[in-house]
Design a protein around this ligand. Structure first.
Ligand SMILES: Cc1ncc(COP(=O)(O)O)c(C=O)c1O
Length: 484
């Protein structure tokens, strides 16, 4: 009646079909790993054409084998390979083997994290992983957290809690019940000019608008200028505005620069503000024995964003929103008779939907639970340290080389630089670097980043792959030079 068994069940036949399908896909995956390039596929127009479908839902199904062939012929060869040492454009990591395998468990068992009765072991594991992560990032008793779809949602979650806390504590206004307070246009959120755009986007999503998000300049090391922040808070207060939160960045997207958390904490304490740390990128540093001090002060922030699909090398998606005071999660709680009844908690059933803006949610905690325990502290320290050391190596190499110009010394694992043309104007340099990035991708299968620094086009290496070596990095630098 059906083309094959529909689900993985206890019958031996279904187990065999599942194993056959999985093995066939595995063989296809391994078979597609024959080149070391980050991209060996088609350019956009040809790829679009190749992947156009006459119909998504044919009258008669094509069957597993035909679709697997199509996957092998058309899809896998046109995928970016984050595992390649030539893949270093974005905060887009290769997936550690065991975490990719855990995706099979996550998908096949399809637990949903909203309620205990959809995810018993998964709920207890997420609670336990969060408890330990709170300690790892320096939180004490009374803290809590939840897994989210990524840094964007974790930032929104932390900032929402900040907004509601301020309205409750300072304006005596129950925002959850009554919506934004009458003076909502005066609320102000401070972040550096280099913070991730999800902070500004959150201001809009929270009903405050982009104007509520004040961009503070950075110093020469690209860290938020704490003096400029304090001056701006002072002048906003004098103007009758309502500063409620500072959103610090622990690892800016392009440069990896880290805002001065201890100084920002003092300012927030002085003026009664919430301190949020967007450590989507820099949270990885806490696992490095050599570099953990760079993320010092995280534990004194009121909320933290940490992404496991960046420095921690786990498949998308995997992120957490951690909160110093668990009671603030009340913002996310609304009881529904069909899902998270109040009596459940009294009877010992934890429904994690009470902390999340998502309802149905993936069991991403499994990847952290498995990989942290499987590899242990020393190996994790080596992984993160290697990536940060690699960035220092690239920076120091380029600093000495007159053919290149660098932006700032890296604090994490990103290096921003550009190649200088033998002779020519700034515009020539911009054109050269733009052209080099595209040539590298389509001709040499190397994907590197491009950004703007001091109004000029710069290139970027984002080094999340601990398999990169001085040799593999030098090879790409020499390739760039040869294309000048
Ligand atoms: C500093 C920072 N914060 C937040 C984000 C958003 O994370 P995600 O893409 O997981 O939503 C990013 C993404 O690169 C980032 O660099």
């Amino acid at each position: 009646m059906f083309q094959s068994d529909l689900f993985l069940t206890r019958t031996p036949e279904s187990g065999k079909v599942f194993a056959r399908m999985t093995e066939a896909v595995l063989r296809a995956l391994v078979g597609s790993m024959d080149h070391g390039k980050a991209y060996a596929g088609l350019p956009p127009e040809q790829l679009r054409k190749l992947l156009q479908l006459p119909e998504l839902l044919p009258d008669q199904g094509l069957g597993f084998e035909a679709l697997l062939d199509e996957l092998k012929e058309k899809v896998l060869p046109n995928m970016v390979r984050p595992d390649s040492t030539r893949c270093m454009a974005h905060l887009h990591c290769p997936a550690l083997m065991e975490t990719a395998v855990m995706e099979l468990v996550i998908g096949a068992f399809n637990q949903s994290m909203d309620s205990w009765d959809q995810a018993p072991a998964a709920t207890e594991i997420e609670v336990e992983v969060i408890r330990h992560l709170c300690r790892l990032f320096g939180y004490g008793e009374g803290s809590d957290g939840v897994f989210t779809s990524g840094g964007t949602q974790s930032n929104l979650s932390g900032l929402l809690l900040a907004r509601d806390w301020f309205c409750r504590e300072k304006l005596h206004h129950d925002l959850k019940r009554h919506g934004l307070p009458p003076e909502f246009r005066k609320l102000r959120l401070y972040t550096s000019e280099l913070s991730h755009f999800s902070v500004e986007k959150s201001a809009h999503l929270m009903g405050l608008g982009y104007d509520a998000c004040v961009k503070i300049p950075v110093d020469e090391k690209l860290k938020m200028d704490a003096c400029a922040l304090e001056k701006r808070i002072e002048s906003d207060l004098k103007a009758g505005l309502l500063p409620f939160c500072v959103a610090a960045t622990v690892g800016t997207t392009d440069f990896g620069s880290i805002d001065p958390l201890p100084e920002l904490r003092k300012i927030c304490d002085r003026y009664g503000l919430w301190l949020h740390a967007d450590a989507a990128y820099g949270s990885g540093a806490v696992l490095s024995a050599k570099y953990a001090s760079r993320a010092a002060g995280l534990g004194r922030c009121d909320s933290i964003t940490a992404d496991f699909h960046k420095m921690f090398l786990m498949p998308v998606s995997c992120s957490v929103s951690l909160i110093r005071s668990a009671r603030e999660f009340d913002t996310m709680t609304l009881h529904a008779d069909y899902l998270n009844r109040e009596e459940d908690e009294e009877e010992g059933y934890t429904n994690l939907v009470n902390k999340s803006m998502q309802t149905t949610r993936r069991f991403d905690a499994l990847k952290v639970w498995f990989s942290f325990r499987m590899r242990g502290k020393e190996e994790w320290s080596r992984i993160i340290t290697t990536c940060i050391d690699n960035a220092s190596f690239v920076y120091e190499t380029l600093e000495k080389d007159p053919d290149f110009e660098t932006a700032v010394p890296p604090e994490l694992s990103s290096v921003v630089f550009r190649l200088l043309p033998p002779k020519g104007s700034q515009e020539d340099a911009d054109d050269l670097n733009r052209r080099l990035r595209k040539t590298l991708m389509h001709k040499y299968g190397a994907i590197i980043g491009q950004t703007v620094w001091k109004d000029r086009v710069f290139l970027k290496f984002t080094l999340l792959n601990p398999r990169q070596t001085r040799e593999s990095l030098t090879e790409v630098l020499e390739l760039l030079r040869s294309l000048r």
